[in-house]
Design a protein around this ligand. Structure first.
Ligand code: DGL
Length: 262
């Protein structure tokens, strides 16, 4: 009997979640993946929570109707706004994303951790609960980073303008004795080389992408979601002709990108 198509789906407000997809392919190289970039509505960071919840539900339902067996919310902002809702409403396992406060609290020696994320993530209840749970004796210095998501969406990872923006967010944290930086947005791992250069060689940088990938692999094994051909199909609510070249720049490979009316 033909194996019905079963794939793992990831979505984000734009292309940032490809950083999680990149980590996932390292642990599940033969699983079929589909990625949804909601570029027509990116960025999510400054938008009303209800809007992010509605978009997350619509996208996840659309992916499940197509055959997604797991939904990875490769977006801290959408996870903060919609993870509980998605888990309550949808029939498949949902893997979420959250800033790596726990590993950062364990890693810091100065007791001061900088958290780079979107304003919605930082103002969300999930973040408050995370900080309450893991920030014992550690000062979490939060820094919303408007403009960094847009830079990654343009594929602009190292221009003077993007560097100046990164400096404006990181240097004040350095001045306050931060020795560990959390990349609390899935777009930011693509800026990691730049952020590391600005922060200096002694800064520890925490990216939860690999942990999300490992968790997704555990869920896939638990639910018997088999490997396939290791294919990748990408969707966008925006214009494929604009998304495809940036996807290629970020992933380092070409992948089919089609428009989805969701
Ligand atoms: N990649 C998303 C995150 O992890 C960015 C959300 C946005 O579009 O602002 O929060």
């Amino acid at each position: 009997m033909m194996q019905e198509e079963q794939f793992i789906a990831l979505f984000d407000s734009g292309l940032g979640g490809l950083s999680v997809l990149r980590d996932l392919r390292r642990v599940l190289p033969q699983h079929d993946l589909q990625y949804f970039a909601d570029t027509a509505f990116c960025p999510y960071g400054p938008r009303p929570v209800a809007f992010v919840q509605e978009r997350s539900l619509q996208i996840a339902r659309w992916l499940i109707e197509r055959g997604a067996r797991i939904i990875v919310v490769a977006c801290n902002t959408a996870s903060s706004a919609a993870l509980e809702l998605l888990r309550a409403e949808l029939p498949v396992p949902i893997v979420g994303t959250e800033p790596g406060l726990k590993p950062a609290a364990a890693a810091t020696r100065s007791g001061r951790v900088g958290v780079l994320a979107t304003s919605n993530t930082l103002n969300g209840q999930r973040f408050a609960m995370l900080a309450q749970r893991f920030a014992h004796g550690v000062e979490m210095l939060t820094q919303p980073c408007p403009g960094l998501v847009d830079a990654v969406e343009r594929g602009d990872l190292a221009s003077n303008a993007t560097r100046a923006l990164a400096e404006s967010y990181v240097e004040p944290l350095l001045a306050r004795g931060v020795d560990t930086l959390v990349l609390g947005c899935t777009h930011y791992p693509f800026l990691r080389p730049l952020i590391a250069e600005v922060a200096g060689p002694d800064m520890q940088i925490i990216d939860t992408g690999p942990a999300i990938a490992r968790q997704t692999a555990r869920v896939a094994a638990r639910h018997g979601i088999a490997a396939g051909a290791g294919s990748l199909q990408c969707w966008t609510s925006g214009a494929p002709c604009e998304v495809a070249p940036v996807l290629h720049r970020l992933l380092g490979e070409e992948a089919p990108v089609a428009h989805a009316e969701v």
